[in-house]
Structure formats: C-alpha cells, structure tokens
Design a binder for this molecule. Structure first.
Ligand SMILES: [Zn+2]
Length: 141
C-alpha cells in the first residue's frame, strides 16, 4: 500500500473579479518547480494522464491520434513492446520530477533489462540494455 504524505504548497493569487482574471500570482519555488515539470513530460504521458480524468478533456487531434493508436492491433507493430513504449514513454527528467512535492506522472520508476546471455550482456564494448521488459536482444535471446 502506498503511503500518502500531506504536502502544502503556498500560492497567493490576486483576482480581478469583474473580469474574472488572475492579475498576479505569488508562489514559492516548489510550485514553480511543479509547474515547470509539466514541460518535461512526453506528450504520450500527458494524453494518457488526461484520459484518466473522470471528465475527459480533449487535446485536439492528439486525443484522437492516441485513441487510434491505442486501438491498433499489436501485430501491426514491429514488436508488440513498441505499443507499450508509445504509451509509456520515459521522461528524461523523471528522477528530478520524483523529488517534487507533487508529481502527477504515474510512470513506474525506470528499470533496466539486459540480455539473459551472460556473454552477450557483458561484452567488452558494453552490453545492450533496454528499459522495457521482454524485449528481444540483437542476439535473439
Ligand atoms: Zn543478447
């Protein structure tokens, strides 16, 4: 069971009530870091997370494209793991994002997989690795 920690983030907003607009916002560094972390997320992750919301928002043709690819048969991909790679792309800043007070990215922590063949995975010029489970190695294993 995941533990939940209560976190607070300070945000002061000055609103122009007649125009229903935010005139000014004052936030601490944590809020700014969270806001800027959204720019590090791959588009596939953003669309996937938005689709989880109870009231689905539509991001133009991205939502349509996502649904079309989601409905494609796995046989149409070079290897079936390609579909998983498309829907669970890695954020290059995921380690930094995990340290934030609030992280909306639900992507599992990165894991590295190597070839099951000891000689193949420990070659002199560096063995191959992947971040996706059950992907075949170049050697076929
Ligand atoms: Zn191999």
């Amino acid at each position: 069971m995941a533990s939940q920690r209560l976190q607070t983030i300070s945000l002061k907003v000055l609103i122009h009530k007649k125009r229903n607009e935010i005139v000014m916002a004052e936030a601490d560094g944590d809020f700014v870091d969270i806001l800027l972390s959204f720019f590090t997320m791959p588009m596939g992750t953003i669309v996937r997370l938005i689709n989880k919301l109870p009231q689905v928002a539509i991001i133009g043709s991205l939502t349509t494209l996502y649904e079309a690819v989601e409905n494609l048969e796995e046989q149409l991909f070079q290897i079936w793991e390609c579909k998983s790679m498309l829907f669970h792309p890695r954020n290059p800043f995921e380690n930094e994002c995990r340290k934030l007070k609030l992280s909306i990215d639900d992507t599992e922590p990165i894991k590295y997989y190597i070839c099951s063949d000891w000689n193949c995975s420990r070659r002199e010029n560096g063995g191959l690795y992947t971040t996706f489970k059950n992907v075949s190695c170049k050697c076929g294993k």
